[in-house]
Design a protein around this ligand. Structure first.
Ligand code: FES
Ligand code: FES
Length: 158
């Protein structure tokens, strides 16, 4: 079947009911997207489908046909980090790092819908789990990125 992944049209050999996560990781070798729980509970597998954050461990790849999948590998644009990635570094968010791809993709979708999110908006949107407890820094980094994107909107591509 044909998929659009990170702006490229790719032909993949996969069962229609294979979760998007496994197509990304095992077929396309895009391993930035992580497996955590497999039951849509942790958010480690978050990618964008037509710009919306989805949990790719429970969505069959057939659901992605005709839509655009964006993964963490395409969050930066032409080598320029997304404002969230810069903010993540500035706030020293990651600990072990395992959950962070999903966190960033969820945050990027949030900022598309809410360019200046309140703490309540962040708490409502960021339901991803982090065993290292980076939640406070995630929140601070999202606010930092929102400010940066207000001043330089092109830092919020993807
Ligand atoms: S691996 Fe998909 S939500 Fe946990
Ligand atoms: S940084 Fe370790 S699980 Fe989130």
């Amino acid at each position: 079947m044909q998929l659009t992944v990170n702006g490229n049209v790719v032909e993949v050999q996969a069962d229609a009911d294979m979760p998007i996560l496994w197509v990304l990781r095992d077929v396309l070798h895009l391993t930035g997207t992580k497996y955590g729980c497999g039951i849509a509970a942790c958010g480690a597998c978050t990618v964008h489908l037509d710009g919306q954050a989805v949990r790719s461990c429970v969505l069959p790849v057939s659901a992605a046909q005709g839509k655009a999948i964006t993964t963490i590998e395409a969050l930066s644009h032409n080598g320029v980090p997304h404002a969230l990635q810069s903010a993540w570094i500035a706030e020293q968010v990651p600990q072990c790092g395992y959950c962070q791809s999903g966190m960033l993709m969820a945050a990027a979708a949030l900022l598309k819908n809410h360019p200046q999110p309140s703490d309540a908006d962040i708490d409502a949107a960021m339901t991803n789990l982090c065993r290292c407890g980076t939640y406070q820094r995630v929140r601070a980094a999202i606010h930092r990125a929102a400010q940066a994107m207000a001043q330089a909107p092109d830092t919020g591509a993807a």
